[in-house]
Write a protein that binds this ligand. Structure first.
Ligand SMILES: *[C@@H]1O[C@H](CO)[C@@H](O)[C@H](O)[C@H]1NC(C)=O
Ligand SMILES: *[C@@H]1O[C@H](CO)[C@@H](O)[C@H](O)[C@H]1NC(C)=O
Ligand SMILES: *[C@@H]1O[C@H](CO)[C@@H](O)[C@H](O)[C@H]1NC(C)=O
Length: 197
C-alpha cells in the first residue's frame, strides 16, 4: 500500500515537472519591418538546459539570467530560424565547437557576463555555422589577474571568420596584443571593452 502511494506521488511529481518543462518560456509575437516574429522569453527561470520543446520557428531566444553551465553540441538544431540568441548572465564555462550548428540565420549573439575563458573557447570551428553574425557580445567573462599579468593574445583568428561583424564587445586584458586577424574585420563599426570586476 505504502509503495502504491509512493509511486502515485512520484508520478504526480513527474507529470508536474513535465508540465513545467513545456510551459516554462513565454512565447510572444513581435512585428519588425512588417514581418511577424515569434520570440521565446525564457529569462530568469532557473534553467540549466536549453529547452527543446519550443516552437521550431522562433526568431529570438532569450535565455538570459539562468543557470546554464555548458552548451552541448547541436543544442539549437531545432531552432534553425533563430536570428537573435541571448545567453547573457549565466554560468557558462564550456562550449562545444558544434554548439551553434544549424543557426545559419543568426545575426546577434550575446554571451556577456559568463565565465567563458577567452583563451580557450573561441575557434574558427565554433563560429563557422554562424559566420553571418553582425553583433557579438562576450564582455565581462574574464576575471582580471590580481598579481601577475602575462601578455595576452586575443583569439583574433577565430573572430576574423566573422566577415559581417559590425559590433563586438569583449573583455579588456591588462597587457593585450591585437593580432593580424583584427585587420581582416573590415566591417567592424563598434568595439566595446568591458571587464569582469
Ligand atoms: C575546437 O577546435 C579547435 C581547433 O580545431 C580545437 O583546438 C579545440 O580543442 C576544439 N574545442 C573543443 C571544445 O572541442
Ligand atoms: C550567410 O548569408 C548568406 C546570404 O544571406 C548565405 O548565402 C549564407 O549561406 C550564409 N552563411 C552561413 C554560414 O549560413
Ligand atoms: C584560461 O585558459 C588559459 C589557457 O588554458 C589558462 O592559462 C588560464 O589560466 C585560464 N584562465 C582562467 C581565468 O581560467
Amino acid at each position: 500500500m505504502e509503495r502504491i502511494i509512493l509511486y502515485s506521488v512520484l508520478s504526480i511529481i513527474i507529470i508536474c515537472i513535465e508540465f513545467v518543462h513545456t510551459s516554462v518560456c513565454d512565447i510572444k509575437y513581435e512585428f519588425k519591418e512588417n514581418e511577424e516574429g515569434k520570440i521565446a522569453d525564457c529569462k530568469n527561470k532557473g534553467l540549466t538546459f536549453i529547452p527543446q520543446d519550443l516552437p521550431g520557428d522562433i526568431k529570438v531566444l532569450d535565455m538570459s539570467s539562468n543557470r546554464l553551465r555548458i552548451i552541448g553540441e547541436n543544442s539549437f538544431v531545432n531552432y534553425k530560424y533563430l536570428q537573435e540568441l541571448f545567453l547573457r548572465q549565466n554560468q557558462l564555462h564550456y562550449l562545444s565547437n558544434k554548439s551553434f550548428q544549424g543557426l545559419h540565420k543568426l545575426t546577434i549573439l550575446d554571451m556577456s557576463e559568463n565565465i567563458l575563458n577567452l583563451s580557450k573557447v573561441y575557434s574558427a570551428e565554433l563560429f563557422h555555422p554562424i559566420k553571418n553574425l553582425t553583433k557579438l557580445d562576450i564582455r565581462s567573462n574574464m576575471p582580471q589577474p590580481i598579481d601577475f599579468a602575462p601578455d595576452y593574445n586575443y583569439p583574433d583568428h577565430a573572430f576574423s571568420i566573422l566577415t559581417e561583424l559590425s559590433i563586438l564587445g569583449i573583455d579588456m586584458m591588462p597587457l593585450p596584443h591585437f593580432g593580424s586577424g583584427f585587420s581582416q574585420m573590415t566591417t567592424l563599426k563598434q568595439l566595446h571593452f568591458e571587464s569582469f570586476i
